[in-house]
Design a protein around this ligand. Structure first.
Ligand SMILES: Cc1ncc(CO)c(N)n1
Length: 216
């Protein structure tokens, strides 16, 4: 059994909650209120800017230049997706750019930045993996079950598409290679990091669905 299969099995209850979350169910059915999607897109633009930094940072800690290159490409891609959001959705919706990160986005981005900086490279990679893998699974699930036409088609196509699938495959491969050479204690930390980041993926969607605000 691959290490990533073990990760998937352990975090499956979290993934199931993500798939069943009203945000993703309504996105799939095309009934998600546009206000919630706008909130999500704005939060996601803030997320992607930090995600790119976390990816580049993890890359600098890789043991070889091919993994460094892979992570720099992931980082570049996150920046390009962030820009595309601005060119596309930000123009389409009149998004308020001033409110800043809601607590859910804040928790997730800061976790990824901290993990990529202060944890071992192996643990950093495990923390970054759910961003790829969960989005791929959610994208495929929605694509296969979606109502047509769907006003969120661009978003669905981005994550169910082949380019994103390639990145996910590469991230999984790196994670499995690292686990093969890792100690038991490192693998335990990798599993914890994967689970934590999976939970934060849930928190991020839930935050958007609730239009989350700081309590004070
Ligand atoms: C919150 C979140 N996680 C993962 C991705 C995919 O990179 C994204 N765009 N946003």
């Amino acid at each position: 059994m691959k290490f990533t299969d073990q990760l998937w099995e352990e975090a499956l209850p979290v993934y199931t909650e993500i798939e069943n979350h009203p945000f993703n169910q309504e996105l799939k059915d095309g009934t998600l209120p546009v206000e919630k999607f706008q909130f999500y897109i704005y939060q996601d633009s803030l997320y992607l800017a930090d995600f790119a930094k976390a990816l580049a940072t993890a890359g600098t800690r890789a043991g070889n230049s091919s993994e460094l290159l892979e992570f720099l490409q992931f980082a570049q891609n996150a920046i390009l997706v962030e820009r595309a959001l601005h060119i596309g959705y930000f123009k389409e919706y009149d998004i308020d750019l001033k409110s800043g990160k809601a607590p859910g986005c804040f928790a997730y981005t800061n976790y990824l930045l901290a993990a990529s900086t202060f944890e071992s490279y192996e643990v950093a990679v495990a923390a970054l993996l759910p961003c790829f893998w969960i989005y791929k699974k959610v994208g495929d699930y929605i694509y296969e079950n979606q109502a047509k036409p769907n006003s969120y088609q661009n978003w669905i196509d981005a994550y169910a598409g082949e380019d994103f699938a390639k990145s996910v495959e590469n991230a999984l491969k790196i994670c499995n290679q690292l686990a093969q050479n890792a100690s038991e204690s490192t693998k335990l930390k990798m599993r914890e990091a994967y689970l934590t980041a999976s939970r934060l993926e849930y928190v991020f969607w839930d935050s958007a669905y609730r239009l989350e605000e700081w309590p004070v």
